[in-house]
Design a binder for this molecule. Structure first.
Ligand SMILES: Cc1cc2nc3c(=O)[nH]c(=O)nc-3n(C[C@H](O)[C@H](O)[C@H](O)COP(=O)(O)OP(=O)(O)OC[C@H]3O[C@@H](n4cnc5c(N)ncnc54)[C@H](O)[C@@H]3O)c2cc1C
Ligand code: FES
Ligand code: FES
Length: 1334
């Protein structure tokens, strides 16, 4: 074989010939670095986020058809692309040529915020439209199932995509004869016609039509090649790896004979992540090209045969077709497979192969349990000939006697038809409904004798409960001959629990949940089969009680319906004045075309170096030695920076950069490897050898910190009234606590920085994805021992931050700048997703303890609270988080006698930091949980107790700040009315009375979110700079960072209003310490408030100066006025400044004016839970907000719903998992689940109150960046409400204790029933758990 072949493919219609291809290269870095197509983004590198989605088109000379499909470029080996055409976001449209309708609509429908996910979204949608120009909503949501967005909450993205559907206004669902346009999906008419979407958020009329004839054609050269080129094995040789691509089965078998250990790479979704994340290396890879035998589809008399090379997506289409054509009794296995194929992974990943899926034998494989119960066989081929093996338990356990031999190739799979009286079912439960590996899955099959209901064959396989898919074969054997009745079920559960043994310390944790799922699935199977038996043979089989039927129903609707009611501008407002109008995000179009430049999109600087960190693998240890020898000897490695090199510069304020002699958490930065390429830096980092000696104590949890009194500083305290006296007067007292898990920021753009020495006077430019450029400037200047005026920090935009791009970012930037300065070469540092999640910390895990004294009517007269946050190994902003927690814990309630104390716990975890809401989402939840429990004790609904304690009109907070809570009451009332709370409450109760295994819950929470910076007055100042040029255009810059919230768009709106200048004439290039010095961090909901007032101030200064000129020539243009001003020597440049809101908080006295104003709101959510699996579905959410005067309703709605979905994630599915040694397990989207498109409420209604005056703020607007997060807890309480219904029905005793997040595990385990009672329990201390709650 000749290894020096050329790789040929097309990218965006251009031919690419790669002569020296390295088979280790994936398409993503190739596009970004080699072709400089930076529109395709890196978000995770493991197929889990969709940011890197591109479309691949292949021509099949046999069928003469072109197949277009989306793939994750991060997992696509470049050598697998021979003869294909790749389309990236740049290839479908641009601002310079013509926009593609997908790009235009996603931007104009406000579907972009930070924009980092947008190119991936665009390409998923584009690929769908190439195959289905008028997709259905199901196809649409499916197409986007593998794309994550952390900002928007998906609703506007769906809105944009829906415009391509044939009937975009409607859910297209006619379930029960009802569609969304007829009624609310809930079946309750709620909204009058005029309440539907305020039409002006976007206008469909102005959209470009989709014209398939305008798309890039498939390159004729590739067609000719496929038709004419004689099939020949291609071989690509790299430095370390050889890639062999046979194109005939014979050659494939030959290659496998020669290289038996080489994997056959098809989709690379199994091999790829192993190489990337587990360090597996394969010197040879065999990757078949288009081999017909591997794509075979044969239908015979006993079943169908599917080629191992078919993608799972193709398998889905084939099975769907077969199921349509064959009688139901024959298609049991196919239907079960289809069920899982619809939810398995994201759309892009479903291009992986059937063969790869089977042979990988992942423990959580969704298809293998079904293929095993379906008695499938595998057709193998080697040089020795053909062979068939069963896909059975031994195969799944990789028993050598029945496994593939190393030289064998899996050619195809036979999947037999099912028989009459044979039933197959599929079950799975994951942390999230789509694009998440199953926690437990199962395939179950039963065969009965003709009409006798006696079990003839039974087969049950489980995934997720052992090292591989396992069979409960002994149990099945023992049940043969038994009738299908409840006694059999009872015996079956006991047998299975005895056979499928899951030790308490089993990897993956959730052991009791898994045990429960094992038998809950069995119960579902029992019911499913009983129901069919009854239908088939009504005379013999007992009917299923109606109440049980809910166990069988899957969630009905994946369609979405929403209304947005926002404010309209005053009709008297000038048409050109943009304030109050839904202006599209300034960068929206650039996000959608991939032209928006993020830090890592900046071209490489000449001789640039790459920096990567080596971090501690121990949580608390002494460093005995660090051996850098091997790492330094690797070619390309330039240096390794340790604490020793930094010397006294290793510390800034209270933070130490690199570990000196001890490490205090896993992920503690130890040293930084600098090399001439990213690959070499990473390889070298793995060669750094560190010897540790563990130290005691190891403190990981809040409880351990309390036990060791391991706190940062003394307690913080807020007290009002006389709590001790009040406790004596109340009717009842309750005590309780709630633990709230932490949250990962999961900004889509990982930490990124580029330090560029300027070569003169020691100057350093540093481009960073940060919220706090001034701090970067300060820390870098201190590290380099330079005055600040020689260090400039520049930020064009940030791909999401949410509080996570300040403290740790600065430390990493300082080290990068140190390396850059030392070597006088630019240094780039881009964290991988796993490193980012490990190093940077997130929202603080929280423990809230409460003691409440209340009257029987629900009034809480005394409240004593203790708040503990898990701060981690450094202080960061943790004390401030605790202080904010204390100041905001009252949420919307007047507690006349209150004591709240808070502690920041020092633990051996990576330091936790700011995250959207900054303490409020945790502190508020503690209070709401307490209120809910008070309601239970009083026999009232939580909403009644909320109302009775709510602030009324003019009132005072616990720190004696006056508030006017009138709009709080309005939000509450309006939310009650808009959500039809009372009618729906009754409907929920009716549903619950009629259904045993699905329950619904409804909950409403109010919101009072204080906006301002507490006692940090200096943090409130802001500055801006506005220049007017002689052509009449303006350039504005200010201290705020654009991180998706649209602050730059709002600032241009401000300039436009103030200067009465069209927005098109105003430009904003980004944020820099060079133009606006001494900026404050962007965060705390006040970025637009503060900087907007500074921009306004600058504009007014200019207007004052130019007023005489303008009044002399009132009909002139800005060009005329600027020229006249220039001629008269009047400066056309002005600085604007805003001192910040006045605030004072005296912690000694517990009094002050801590905040400038309050955002009020309310949210009502309804959910349905599956009591057997713990799954939940968000049915509907109504949000009402008092936003003051909205500056831009499109952006403000985006902030509210994006925050709401982020909060929903916090309180329901986002779960960080740590080992008992303090190692974070959840280091990527595969393990940590943020909400995806499947999680958003089926119905979402957002409305603003009419404008309210807010005299001190920018045009009476309110900052809305953070408040919506808390409203996510309405979903938490709706789930809790559903759980109460379960427990009430079953007479479960004892209080319902719910920790956050309310995951499927917690929901299921709270639904105590005969199954949870049946499972074995491990006594505390009898085992070492796999994970711990911190
Ligand atoms: C982000 C992500 C999400 C996922 N979600 C899910 C999920 O929800 N449910 C689920 O079940 N799985 C999931 N998976 C796992 C996925 O199903 C498997 O990775 C995939 O099926 C493997 O197929 P592949 O073609 O990519 O295999 P490859 O990685 O190409 O190959 C895998 C293995 O199969 C062998 N092999 C491949 N073809 C043959 C052949 N013809 N003959 C002999 N050996 C062969 C190879 O030698 C290799 O060892 C997910 C994976 C990722 C990355
Ligand atoms: S970067 Fe490829 S899927 Fe996340
Ligand atoms: S806009 Fe989707 S991640 Fe920011």
């Amino acid at each position: 074989m000749d290894p020096a072949q050329e790789l040929l493919f097309y990218v965006n219609g251009r031919k690419v010939i790669e002569k020296n291809v390295d088979p280790e290269t994936m398409l993503l870095p190739y596009l970004r670095k080699n072709l400089r197509l930076t529109g395709t983004k890196y978000g995770c590198g493991g197929g889990g986020c969709g940011a890197c989605t591109v479309m691949i088109s292949r021509y099949n000379p046999s069928t003469k058809k072109i197949r277009h499909h989306p793939v994750n470029a991060c997992l696509t080996p470049i050598c697998s692309l021979y003869g294909t055409a790749i389309t990236t976001v740049e290839g479908i449209g641009s601002t310079k040529t013509r926009l593609h309708p997908v790009q235009e609509r996603i931007a104009k429908c406000h579907g972009t915020q930070c924009g980092f996910c947008t190119p991936g979204m665009v390409m998923s949608m584009y690929a769908l439209l190439r195959n289905h120009p008028e997709p259905t909503l199901d196809q649409l949501t499916d197409a986007l199932s593998g794309n994550l967005c952390r900002c928007t909450g998906y609703r506007p993205i769906i809105d944009a995509c829906k415009t391509f559907c044939k009937n975009s206004g409607c859910c297209q669902s006619k379930e029960n004869g009802v569609c969304c346009l007829d009624q609310g999906i809930n079946g309750l008419p709620e909204f009058q016609e005029e309440d539907k979407t305020s039409p002006e958020l976007f206008s469909e009329e102005e959209f470009l039509p989709l014209d398939p004839t305008q798309e890039l054609i498939f390159p004729p050269e590739l067609m000719m090649m496929a038709e004419k080129q004689p099939p020949k094995t291609r071989v690509f040789g790299g430095d370390r790896m050889t890639w062999i691509a046979p194109v005939t089965l014979k050659d494939l078998v030959e290659a496998k004979f020669t290289y038996p250990q080489a994997p056959i790479v098809m989709g690379n979704t199994s091999v790829g992540p192993e190489v990337k994340f587990k360090g597996v290396f394969h010197p040879v890879i065999i990757s078949p090209g288009r081999i017909e035998e591997l794509s075979v589809v044969n239908q015979a008399c006993d079943g169908i045969t599917l080629g191992a090379g078919l993608s799972l997506d193709q398998v889905k289409d084939i099975l769907a077709d077969v199921v349509q054509k064959l009688p139901e009794e024959k298609t049991q296995t196919y239907c079960a497979l289809l069920k899982h194929l619809r939810t398995l992974a994201g759309f892009q990943i479903r291009n992986m192969s059937l063969g790869g899926h089977i042979v990988s034998r992942h423990l959580d494989s969704d298809l293998n349990p079904l293929l095993a119960v379906g008695n499938c066989t595998l057709n193998l081929l080697s040089k020795e000939g053909k062979r068939q093996i069963p896909l059975n338990e031994q195969f799944l356990r990789k028993c050598p006697s029945v496994d593939l031999k190393p030289q064998e190739v899996l050619v195809s799979v036979n999947i037999p038809y099912s028989k009459k009286w044979e039933f197959v079912s599929a079950f799975r439960q994951a942390q999230r409904q789509q694009n998440a590996l199953a926690i437990v899955n199962s395939g179950m099959r039963v065969l009965f004798g003709e009409r006798d209901g006696i079990i003839k064959e039974l087969s049950i396989f489980y995934g997720g409960v052992g090292p591989t898919t396992i069979s409960a074969k002994d149990s099945c054997q023992k049940l043969i001959g038994r009738p299908w009745n409840e006694e059999m079920l009872d015996t079956a559960c006991r047998l299975v629990l005895d056979e499928v043994i899951l030790p308490g310390s089993a990897p993956g944790g959730k052991v009791e949940f898994k045990r429960t799922l094992i038998i809950s699935f069995l119960f579902k199977f029992y019911l499913e089969v009983s129901q069919i038996l009854k239908e088939m043979d009504p005379g013999h089989c007992p009917s299923l009680a109606d109440r049980h039927k809910s166990a069988l129903e899957d969630w009905h609707s994946r369609h979405h319906w929403r209304t947005l009611t926002h404010q309209s501008v005053d009709p008297k407002q000038l048409p050109q004045d943009p304030i109050g109008r839904p202006i599209m995000h300034l960068s929206g179009i650039k996000h959608a075309t991939g032209e928006a430049i993020y830090c890592d999109d900046m071209p490489a600087v000449d001789q640039e170096l790459f920096l990567t960190f080596v971090t501690s693998s121990r949580a608390h240890a002494k460093i005995l030695s660090i051996d850098l020898t091997d790492a330094l000897s690797l070619p390309g490695v330039v240096d390794i920076v340790t604490a020793e090199h930094l010397q006294e510069a290793n510390t800034f304020n209270t933070e130490t950069f690199l570990a000196t002699d001890k490490v205090h958490c896993v992920g503690h930065l130890i040293c930084a490897v600098i090399a001439d390429s990213e690959i070499q830096a990473k390889r070298a980092a793995k060669l750094v050898k560190i010897v540790y000696q563990d130290l005691k104590p190891l403190i990981l949890t809040i409880e351990e910190a309390i036990q060791h009194k391991s706190f940062y500083e003394s307690e913080r305290k807020l007290e009002c009234g006389n709590i001790d006296e009040a406790f004596k007067m109340v009717d009842q007292i309750l005590e309780g606590e709630i633990h709230i898990g932490g949250q990962e920021h999961f900004y889509m753009e990982t930490q990124s920085m580029l330090a560029v020495p300027k070569g003169e006077d020691g100057e350093m430019d540093i481009y960073v994805s940060t919220q706090f450029p001034k701090y970067i400037q300060d820390i870098v200047a201190a590290t380099l021992k330079l005055p600040a005026n020689k260090v400039m920090c520049h930020v064009r935009r940030v791909g999401g931050a949410f509080g996570g791009k300040a403290g740790k970012t600065s430390i990493m930037a300082a080290i990068s700048a140190f390396a850059a300065s030392k070597h006088n070469r630019a240094v780039r540092c881009i964290l991988e997703r796993g490193e980012d999640m490990l190093i940077t910390g997130g929202r603080h895990p929280y423990l809230g303890k409460y003691r409440a004294g209340f009257m029987n009517d629900g009034r809480i007269l005394a409240l004593d609270l203790e708040h503990y946050c898990n701060a981690g190994s450094t202080l960061d902003e943790s004390l401030w988080v605790i202080e904010m927690g204390l100041l905001k814990m009252d949420n919307a309630y007047k507690f006349p006698n209150l004591r709240c104390r808070g502690w920041a716990c020092r633990t051996n975890l990576p330091s936790n930091t700011a995250l959207r809401g900054f303490g409020f989402p945790q502190a508020g939840l503690v209070t709401e949980v307490c209120i809910t429990e008070v309601a239970v004790k009083c026999g009232l609904s939580p909403e009644q107790v909320r109302l009775v304690n709510m602030y009324k009109q003019i009132d005072h907070t616990p720190y004696k700040q006056e508030i006017n809570a009138q709009t709080l009451s309005e939000c509450w009332r309006e939310c009650m009315a808009k959500s039809s709370y009372s009618v729906r409450k009754m409907a929920v109760e009716k549903f619950n009375a009629e259904n045993s295994w699905k329950k619904r819950g409804l909950a409403m929470v109010p919101l009072k979110f204080p906006v301002g910076l507490g006692s940090a007055v200096a943090m409130g100042q802001a500055a801006a700079l506005v220049h007017i040029y002689l052509d009449g255009s303006a350039l504005v810059t200010h201290g705020g960072i654009e991180m998706g919230q649209g602050v730059h768009t709002k600032m241009i709106q401000v300039v436009s209003r103030e200067l009465k200048m069209p927005m098109l004439n105003v430009h904003l290039r980004g944020t820099s310490t060079e133009t606006v010095p001494n900026t404050n961090p962007s965060g705390g909901s006040v970025v637009a408030d503060l900087n907007g007032l500074a921009v306004k101030n600058a504009c007014q200064t200019l207007l004052r100066r130019l007023e005489p000129i303008i009044s002399k020539n009132p009909h002139g243009t800005w060009k005329d006025w600027a020229q006249t001003a220039f001629d008269q020597r009047i400066s056309l440049s002005a600085v604007g400044f805003f001192r910040g809101y006045e605030s004072d908080m005296d912690w000694e006295k517990g009094e002050g004016h801590a905040f400038e104003y309050f955002v009020y709101g309310a949210a009502c959510s309804e959910v349905e839970i599956d009591c057997l699996t713990g799954d939940h579905k968000n049915i509907r959410t109504d949000i009402v907000m008092d936003v003051g005067h909205s500056i831009n309703p499109a952006l403000d709605i985006g902030q509210i719903e994006g925050a709401f979905i982020q909060g929903m994630g916090l309180y329901t599915i986002e779960e960080l998992s740590y080992s008992p040694q303090g190692v974070l397990y959840t280091r990527g989207p595969s393990q940590y689940k943020i909400p995806a498109i499947c999680d958003i409420p089926i119905e979402l209604h957002i409305s603003f109150l009419p404008p309210s005056e807010n005299s001190n703020t920018l045009y009476s607007s309110k900052g809305l960046g953070e408040s919506g997060v808390f409203l996510g807890c309405s979903v938490f309480f709706a789930i809790r409400d559903a759980l109460s219904a379960v427990r009430q029905e079953r007479g479960t005793s004892g209080p319902l204790k719910c920790s956050s997040p309310l995951t499927p595990e917690r929901i299921r385990m709270a639904c105590e029933d005969k199954f949870t009672k049946m499972i074995p329990r491990d006594g505390p201390g009898s085992y070492v758990p796999w994970n711990i709650r911190v």
